[in-house]
Design a protein. Structure first.
Length: 320
DNA sequence: AATAATAGCCGCCAGC
DNA sequence: TTGCTGGCGGCTATTA
């Protein structure tokens, strides 16, 4: 009997995540007979359903079908403030009660949280929504770092958009083993199966507000001098602040500690150099302030899961 | 892969 | 009082 994967559809859902889930679980793969998923899209709200970008979707099933699903994949919910209607929340609760595995992509974790399915669990979501999530659900332990996270109660949450693909592959892996998941990943031409523990890409989250603070000029200077020996003492002196105050002010401005922020920037620069130049890894490490190639390698694998060589190869494949 | 040295970080608290 | 500062001590993370 097929393993039923239900995808609830509502007004303003994420079309990308909806389609990605359909593609992964719905595509017929005759050469992988053991992979026997039956996808059922389920209408949660009445009327003409459009994705956040206006695509019209026409689900086959209804909200009542959720309870019979083996797995439910909840694509991005339209709002971090709007509480979904009770019928949807009840359906999620009933399905969970009945033993369905429930997975959320990106802001899809919000309906799960509203339904109480994440109470006293550890969950994740897109890093941009982390604050909104924590404010509304203080009793849920939110970890904004991983790509996806299996809670203890048969519920899984994941970070933004593409992390949903990693999540879905992880589900396949749980159902049919790593080899099958890898095979599917290869067919979808997804470069690699990334582990859930891999960090969400963080560079973007740290700068936007920083330049409007009193440390703005210093932060700009740091970005232009990543190759220098940037110790806390030197930076504090340059800012005419004590060590202690510098660290505090820096965190207030960027949200992360100086060292974490600088390493993030250095790695980002290193990635650019790996992509666009033929410099040796050691040279890139030196130039970006990461020091040694070993160190560069460590940070790169932590964040992307790829070694420098593989990282280069992956980008060459796209842009020779 | 394990280790030792070093630097970063943070709670605490007194002082302005 | 409140709020920010910054020195100290020591634990933790990072690096070589």
């Amino acid at each position: 009997m097929s393993h039923v994967v239900a995808i609830p559809a509502y007004q303003g859902l994420s079309g990308y995540e909806y389609a990605m889930t359909l593609e992964l679980f719905g595509l017929d793969r005759p050469t992988l007979p053991e992979v026997d998923y039956a996808v059922l899209t389920c209408r949660v709200e009445a009327g003409l359903l459009r994705t956040s970008h206006g695509l019209i979707v026409e689900p086959e099933g209804t909200i009542d079908d959720l309870v019979n699903a083996d797995t439910i994949i909840v694509p991005g919910w339209r709002s971090v403030t709007e509480v979904p209607g009770d019928p949807f929340l009840d359906a999620l609760r009933n399905a969970h009660e009945a033993g369905s595995r429930i997975a959320a992509i990106c802001s899809g974790s919000f309906p799960l949280a509203h339904a109480g399915l994440l109470d006293d669990q550890t969950a994740t979501t897109h890093w941009m929504y982390a604050d909104a999530f924590r404010r509304q659900f203080p009793h849920i332990d939110l970890d904004p770092n991983p790509l996806y996270l299996f809670a203890e109660n048969n519920v899984v949450t994941s970070a933004g958009s593409s992390a949903g693909l990693d999540l879905c592959l992880a589900l396949v892996s749980a159902d049919h083993g790593v080899a099958t998941a890898t095979e599917i990943a290869n067919r979808m031409v997804v470069a690699h199966h990334r582990p859930g523990t891999q960090a969400q890409f963080t560079s973007a989250r740290v700068t936007p507000f920083a330049e409007h603070t009193d440390l703005g000029p210093l932060i700009a200077w740091i970005e232009n001098n990543l190759g220098d020996d940037l110790t806390i003492d030197r930076l504090a002196r340059r800012a005419h602040l004590s060590r202690r105050t510098f660290i505090r002010r820096f965190q207030a401005a960027t949200g992360v500690s100086p060292h974490a922020w600088i390493t993030d920037k250095r790695l980002y620069r290193a990635r650019q150099l790996l992509e666009t130049t033929a410099l040796t890894v050691s040279a890139i490490a030196r130039r970006t302030g990461l020091g040694t190639s070993t160190n560069l390698r460590k940070h790169l694998t932590n964040t992307t899961g790829l070694t420098p060589t593989h990282y280069r190869a992956a980008h060459r494949a796209i842009a020779p």
